[in-house]
Ligand binder design. Structure first.
Ligand code: MIC
Ligand code: SF4
Length: 642
């Protein structure tokens, strides 16, 4: 039976396979962290007592939290810089660019595994890496040489046929996939792209698609590594990093979706979900107040050159604020050298540094009720920093043309050739990447911890009886941006859980944090796809700090569920969804014999207020059951053998 690309890489990295639970463990070659999840990941790495990372290469990027409105950001950066150096991790300075863009350009290698403490790590799938997003603790374990455990994924083959028409973009391909599969359609799956259409797509285009595969809830997405990949790596001065990785001719997949690229048109994802996809013409010429171009989805050199071509000789509409953040120092420097940056500036674009910026609400919050068109990957409620804003996701082409017109506009109306040739040589200068100190010097190296770095909360052993109120009842698709919001005022506190916890679930219910603290322990009740979005383990650590003992949901998003287990919080799934309707806010729920129940697939929960008992499912591995018993992954690791 032939194999696809993902299966080949998994097989080459397989450490173990538990047939009973279907859990696989894979060896991790490379890791990446970014600053907003990195502080916690390195604190956890330090707690493991491992001197030097055991990966082939680990890199710590600073890209999320770069406003430095107070000392907190700078403290975190200094901590990451010094802890990284001491333990053998490369450090990418702020200004060097967005982790996924830089990693793709400079360090990613086809056929390798990459674990990143950021949900958009699958960007690396654009060059044929098996690149997976995870919570910081899982990345810390991988840096310490541990394997990464996941339920054996199903592989969904997306066959691309034909080629895109002019002014239709890679973004439109992934928006089409999101329209077909929805934001929960990828859970438990790897999305593998094959077909004739693949060779019509450049590496940055492929990376846009694998990047935004995170919005499907997928474990990862991957493209073959072919001649186009070789050309890209060669232009990055890294031809030696290339290996061919292609599916066998008779590769077998669990599921197949076909897309004819020639039938696609420019699309947008409407507020507030990346799968609320409609054609630009269907939405119509709505008035737009802000356009933002950049983010790890669409900030490559090729994207920026197309934007510059559209803006050249034009002026941004008088009622629109246009901001552009090129994805890396490499991209920004090349635009500066070839004059494209001048075309953008002279059209009226406001140039931001090469970082996540408005994508994570670090500045550029739109005005009240504004319509904002963004080339980003997430338009979750409130993420822009303005709750009343209506955020539409689109290709850079749609975004740039819209900025000129002042209304949502279809770039196919433009009468210009938007073809951009892949550079034969990218501008290579890794001077913002700092190598770690040598092993000999490491003992002397000092880790700097400012007052913003607070210890992280640790759970305790699971008690035998858990009785607590259902303090919040939530609908489907609650995101980690709801659970632990991130914006310019909160991002600086990613290493300060006591402070962050005050804002836990604030977009759902502003009274939750106070109520949870007063109660001391609680359960959360949720609909489908609970915890979609970010890899931030703060969405588990803040609830842990507030005393949340378990979440009962119709279904969970992959990374968040793993983060809950890592924190020792029970993720239970309603066996019968009708039981969701029966629970009311503040009902008292009790789990008896929790320690023995956790070893089985069904956990019985008594609703003491209403006087009935219902079944929930605990779909976790044997290892995870032990982690839950011990109060999380760190306790489990420490207690192993006891
Ligand atoms: C995001 O896009 O939501 C983030 C911010 O990059 C997160 C990471 C974080 O919350 O720090 C992610 O995607 O994992
Ligand atoms: Fe940064 Fe946005 Fe990408 Fe997250 S999605 S890594 S915030 S650019």
């Amino acid at each position: 039976m032939g194999k696809g690309i993902a299966q080949k890489i998994i097989d080459a990295h397989l450490v173990s396979f538990d047939e009973e639970t279907g859990e696989i463990a894979i060896k991790i070659d490379n890791t990446l962290t970014q600053d907003s999840t990195g502080t916690m990941a390195y604190l956890q790495f330090e707690a493991m007592g491992v001197k030097r990372v055991k990966t082939e290469r680990s890199t710590a990027y600073i890209d999320h939290n770069t406003l430095q409105a107070g000392f907190e950001n700078a403290d975190d950066h200094e901590y990451i810089k010094t802890v990284a150096s001491k333990h053998g991790v490369y450090f990418s300075k702020p200004g060097n660019g967005i982790c996924h863009q830089v990693n793709l350009e400079r360090f990613g290698k086809p056929g390798k595994t990459l674990l990143g403490s950021d949900s958009h790590t699958p960007t690396g799938g654009g060059i044929g890496m098996l690149a997976i997003g995870a919570g910081g603790l899982d990345v810390a374990v991988a840096m310490a040489g541990g394997a990464y455990y996941i339920p054996k994924p199903k592989i969904c083959n997306v066959v691309l046929k034909g080629r895109l028409n002019p002014c239709v973009a890679a973004k439109d391909i992934i928006l089409e996939v999101l329209k077909i599969l929805t934001v929960k359609g990828g859970v438990g799956k790897i999305i593998e792209y094959t077909g004739e259409g693949v060779k019509t797509l450049s590496v940055p285009e492929r990376a846009t698609i694998t990047n935004m595969g995170a919005e499907l809830g997928a474990t990862t997405s991957i493209f073959p590594s072919d001649e186009i990949t070789r050309e890209f790596l060669k232009a990055q001065g890294r031809e030696k990093d290339w290996t061919e990785i292609k599916p066998d001719a008779d590769a077998v997949y669990d599921e197949t979706v076909e897309i004819d690229l020639g039938t696609l048109a420019p699309m947008v994802a409407c507020p507030h979900s990346p799968d609320a996809v409609k054609g630009v013409d269907e939405v119509g010429k709505i008035k737009v107040d802000q356009v933002a171009i950049g983010s790890c989805t669409n900030s490559s050199y090729m994207d920026m050159m197309k934007v510059a071509k559209i803006l050249k000789g034009n002026t941004v509409h008088k009622d629109v604020s246009l901001v552009i953040a090129p994805g890396s120092k490499q991209v920004l420097t090349m635009l500066a050298e070839n004059g494209a940056l001048a075309d953008m500036i002279s059209a009226g674009a406001r140039i931001l540094e090469s970082a996540c910026g408005p994508c994570i609400g670090m500045g550029q919050a739109p005005k009240t009720d504004a319509v904002s068109v963004r080339s980003f990957n997430r338009n979750f409620f409130g993420r822009s920093g303005t709750k009343s804003a209506q955020v539409y996701l689109a290709s850079p082409e749609v975004a740039a043309y819209t900025a000129i017109k002042g209304v949502l506009s279809d770039p196919r109306e433009l009468d210009i050739d938007l073809t951009v040739d892949m550079p034969k040589e990218f501008l290579i200068n890794d001077n913002l990447v700092i190598a770690p100190v040598s092993e000999e010097e490491a003992d002397k190296a000092v880790v700097v911890r400012g007052p913003n770095i607070k210890p992280f909360p640790l759970n305790t052993e699971m008690p035998d009886t858990i009785e607590a109120k259902a303090l919040l009842k939530m609908e489907d698709n609650i995101t980690t941006d709801h659970i632990m919001p991130s914006n310019a005022s909160l991002l600086p506190y990613r290493s300060n859980i006591p402070h962050l916890s005050k804002f836990c679930l604030e977009p759902v219910d502003a009274t939750f944090s106070e109520r949870a603290k007063a109660e001391g322990k609680s359960f959360l009740v949720a609909g489908h796809n609970y915890g979609q979005g970010s890899s931030r383990e703060h969405a588990a650590l803040a609830p842990l700090y507030l005393g949340v003992k378990g979440v009962i949901a119709k279904s969970f998003a992959r990374i968040h569920m793993a983060n809950l287990i890592n924190s020792g919080i029970l993720p239970m799934v309603f066996k019968d969804e009708a039981d969701y309707d029966k629970i009311d806010l503040n009902d008292v729920l009790e789990i008896k014999d929790a320690r023995s129940q956790v070893l089985g697939d069904v956990i019985k929960v008594e609703n003491k207020t209403k006087g009935y008992t219902f079944d929930t499912l605990l779909n976790v591995s044997k290892r995870q059951r032990q982690m839950l018993l011990h109060g999380g992954l760190l306790n489990y690791t420490k207690n192993q053998g006891k």
